[in-house]
Design a protein around this ligand. Structure first.
Ligand SMILES: Nc1nc2c(ncn2[C@@H]2O[C@H](COP(=O)(O)OP(=O)(O)O)[C@@H](O)[C@H]2O)c(=O)[nH]1
Ligand SMILES: [Mg+2]
Length: 305
């Protein structure tokens, strides 16, 4: 039977028959629905972008975590294990990828949610945070329970306790140095020439409500100076213990590393841009008589989405 015969199936479909009409209707209505389903699935991320909160003990990480989650800081306790929560961006914040979208757009709402992870700051518990910095990204880890590399980092410091020469400054800088070095190593390990992608790091200079708090610019300088001192002393320590032997050198090349490659003199956060780590120091406060001031931090979070 040829296709142009009166009773062949193309002729039947094109003719004014009930089957033809039904098939046409089905196709006309199903295709847009299926297409929408397909595109929507592909565009909606399965996991929310993760913001990892770290920093020394007492800097205000848990206060910030609850403030961003609930809009109010709650009484905090000493954190022993990482805590996870979902937060929604306040309406006043525009995300970078949705700058030109109408605020009425329903897809906007789905993209305004983030996952926050609060980590313990105590020296012995920092592995919780640091282990995530060498983890594969969320898109590669199948299970949600396995720690994955975060979308961005929030390093909280107490801006009122960063006086030059103080122990608290030394502690904050040593932790920050280790975090930045972990990110630099991750970049060096990447097999593709494009690298593992940029990592935004917010240094949240907290407790700006206290009159002893230094402004963000001063906090940035103090941290840069002290991180520079940490990298000097780490390099010296390695040379001393390396002993100049063959084994010592090989180990040094693999495991050590000078933070901010290339930069020999003063350490600056800008040197981290070479390894796609973008550090920004922004001031604010979670508590305080005048109420919390976390708007600038929310704006930074919005710029990373
Ligand atoms: N004045 C002031 N105190 C704060 C601020 N944020 C946190 N704190 C206090 O700092 C202390 C440590 O806070 P916490 O969130 O437990 O720090 P964490 O150890 O980093 O989790 C608590 O007593 C908080 O009340 C702030 O913005 N201003
Ligand atoms: Mg805490």
């Amino acid at each position: 039977m040829a296709w142009h015969d009166v009773d062949s199936w193309p002729t039947v479909l094109l003719g004014p028959t009930l089957t033809g009409i039904l098939v046409t209707l089905l196709v006309a209505f199903l295709i847009p629905i299926l297409l929408h389903q397909f595109l929507y699935r592909a565009r909606t991320p399965k996991t929310l972008p993760t913001f990892l909160i770290l920093g020394p003990s007492g800097s205000g990480k848990t206060s910030l975590f609850t403030q961003l989650e609930r809009g109010t800081p709650s009484p905090t306790h000493i954190s022993q294990v990482p805590a996870t929560a979902t937060a929604t961006l306040p309406p006043s914040i525009t995300t970078e990828s949705n700058r030109y979208r109408s605020t009425e757009d329903p897809t906007l709402l789905a993209q305004r949610r983030i996952t926050l992870i609060d980590t313990p700051g105590h020296g012995k518990l920092r592995h919780h945070a640091l282990s995530r910095l060498s983890a594969p990204p969320a898109s590669k880890t199948k299970s949600a329970t396995v720690p994955s590399f975060p979308h961005a980092l929030v390093f909280v410091v107490d801006a009122a306790r960063l006086a030059p020469g103080s122990d608290s400054l030394a502690e904050a800088a040593a932790y920050l140095h280790d975090v930045l070095l972990a990110l630099q190593r991750r970049h060096a390990r990447a097999r593709t020439s494009r690298g593992p992608g940029t990592v935004p790091v917010l240094v949240a200079a907290n407790k700006m409500d206290l009159f002893t708090a230094a402004p963000a610019k001063v906090v940035a300088r103090a941290l840069e100076d002290e991180v520079g001192r940490v990298r000097e002393s780490r390099a010296k320590g390695l040379l001393d213990s390396g002993g100049g032997g063959e084994g010592g050198r090989a180990e040094e090349d693999e495991d050590a590393g000078w933070l901010g490659e290339g930069g020999e003199g003063r350490f600056e956060f800008r040197q981290m841009e070479e390894v796609d780590v973008l550090v920004e120091v922004v001031g604010g406060n979670v508590l305080g008589g005048g109420g919390p001031d976390v708007q600038a931090w929310w704006e930074w979070i919005g710029r990373q989405l």
